[in-house]
Design a protein around this ligand. Structure first.
Ligand SMILES: [Zn+2]
Length: 175
């Protein structure tokens, strides 16, 4: 077990995450990687980390763009909308980064990826369509991304308790 923890520490250094809080989900995935591939090198791990981040970002974008379309009838995906950038530049860091407008993510954590993608799409919808998305049906405020038990949620600042969680970003998750 200590070999695993040593390896995990080396890998977190390789992706420049040493000393940072790492979600249970990412730690569980690292354990699976170790079970499947053994003590792979830092370079190999950076590849897996990047591939997983990019794959999650694509899935998250599908989820979010469908929410936008279902709720507003507006399209935010397709060739004419080139505001999503997947890049890996080894001079600026060991792993790939996905940028959506001014939001960016480089960690394969589903809640974080979904939250960042939602913020980027939200900014795009505001800039391009001059539309506040999403809005609270009770208070007419625009919602913002928050995190609750490692789940990304839409939160409204309205109401007597100083705010309330409206729903999970991922419609398949019921709170
Ligand atoms: Zn509200």
């Amino acid at each position: 077990m200590s070999n695993f923890l040593d390896w995990r520490n080396r890998m977190l250094q390789a992706v420049w995450r040493q000393g940072e809080p790492i979600s249970e989900e990412v730690l569980a995935w690292m354990s699976e990687v170790h079970d499947e591939f053994g003590e792979i090198s830092g370079d190999e791990f950076c590849e897996l980390w990047t591939t997983r981040t990019f794959s999650m970002a694509r899935s998250a974008f599908e989820v979010i763009q469908k929410s936008v379309f279902d709720e507003t009838g507006k399209r935010v995906a397709g060739e004419e909308f080139c505001y999503v950038d997947y890049s890996r530049n080894l001079e600026s860091g060991p792993v790939g980064v996905v940028r959506f407008k001014s939001a960016e993510v480089s960690t394969p954590d589903w809640a974080e990826v979904l939250g960042v993608v939602a913020e980027g799409v939200q900014e795009f919808v505001m800039d391009y369509y001059v539309t506040v998305w999403p809005a609270c049906s009770r208070h007419s405020f625009g919602l913002h991304v928050d995190y609750f038990d490692e789940t990304a949620v839409w939160k409204c600042n309205g109401g007597p308790e100083g705010g309330h969680v409206v729903r999970a970003l991922d419609p398949s998750i019921r709170l």
